[in-house]
Ligand binder design. Structure first.
Ligand SMILES: [Zn+2]
Length: 294
């Protein structure tokens, strides 16, 4: 297993469920696929880390989720698909966003995403005809707080989410990762306020990762001196599941007239996957078959 992985744990004898992830390589991969500039890299990276934490904590088996963040900032909308298995793929409307650092000297993610808008989560299980969708308004645009607010409002799970990406001056992703802590029913007031204090003083996840800390060590730092049981380690990766079949289905939903135009004018069609950039070519003959099926 390389450095990109997520750890699931329970802490303080079942009072908390806690997850931590190092997603550096997969956020770097997204940066390369989409040519994101620094503020866009940080925004897309945080959205991907948040989706990974949400998907691996809240889904079972073959289920997947789509997180859509629609803010009023220059990046436009962000779409991230995640699975229970720890794969993720992402797309952003405008990846070419660079901004001056904010007043804390950090990349201005809220400025890139926008401070008002919505975050929605759609969960799909195989064979499920009516997917579940929850939506909240953005509360900060920094995304960690927005995922926390989503969990509290839409799923009634009190939690804390930390998301962080460090972009180097040459635009490469030095580190990316995060944590999610859920308060379980029966957690004591003492345990909750102790945790809140620890989180207030916790360095950024990006600083911990740059220090060489592993996801396990991040959880150990959060629950220092308290009981912590690591349950599982899950490899995480950027993975697109597109295929020519899928694009053929999309093409076949076009009108006969539109397909005929592609045949007459372009003598074929090219479809580009917006998540991974893979190109699928359809020949004139393939398009004629689709017209014949109409
Ligand atoms: Zn693809």
């Amino acid at each position: 297993m390389d450095n990109d992985y997520l750890v699931k744990s329970v802490a303080e004898n079942g009072q908390f469920r806690a997850y931590a992830v190092n997603a550096t390589a997969l956020v770097e991969e997204a940066h390369q696929i989409h040519d994101t500039w620094s503020a866009a890299s940080a925004a897309l990276g945080r959205a991907m880390v948040g989706t990974l934490l949400l998907a691996t904590s809240g889904l079972q088996g073959e289920a997947g989720m789509t997180v859509k963040i629609q803010g009023d900032g220059p990046t436009g909308f962000i779409v991230v698909d995640g699975t229970a298995q720890g794969t993720v793929k992402a797309y952003m409307q405008n990846p070419h966003v660079n901004l001056p650092l904010n007043d804390k000297g950090k990349i201005d993610v809220a400025g890139a995403v926008g401070k008002s808008g919505t975050l929605s989560v759609t969960k799909m299980a195989p064979g499920d005809k009516t997917p579940y969708t929850g939506e909240v308004n953005l509360v900060s645009g920094e995304l960690g707080d927005d995922f926390t607010y989503y969990l509290a409002q839409s799923e009634q799970i009190p939690s804390a989410v930390g998301l962080s990406v460090f972009v180097q001056s040459d635009d490469h992703i030095e580190v990316a990762g995060g944590f999610l802590i859920q308060v379980l029913p029966g957690a004591s007031d003492e345990a909750i306020s102790h945790l809140e204090e620890t989180l207030r003083d916790l360095p950024l996840v990006s600083d911990l990762l740059r220090d060489g800390k592993s996801p396990e060590q991040i959880l150990e730092k959060i629950f220092a001196g308290r009981e912590l049981k690591i349950l599982e380690k899950v490899a995480v990766e950027y993975k697109c599941d597109c295929s020519k079949d899928r694009f053929e289905t999309a093409l076949s939903s076009l009108s006969k007239k539109d397909l005929q135009e592609m045949i007459d004018q372009d003598h074929g069609a090219e479809a580009v996957c917006r998540f991974c950039g893979h190109k699928y070519h359809f020949t004139e003959d393939e398009l004629k078959l689709l017209v014949a099926k109409k």
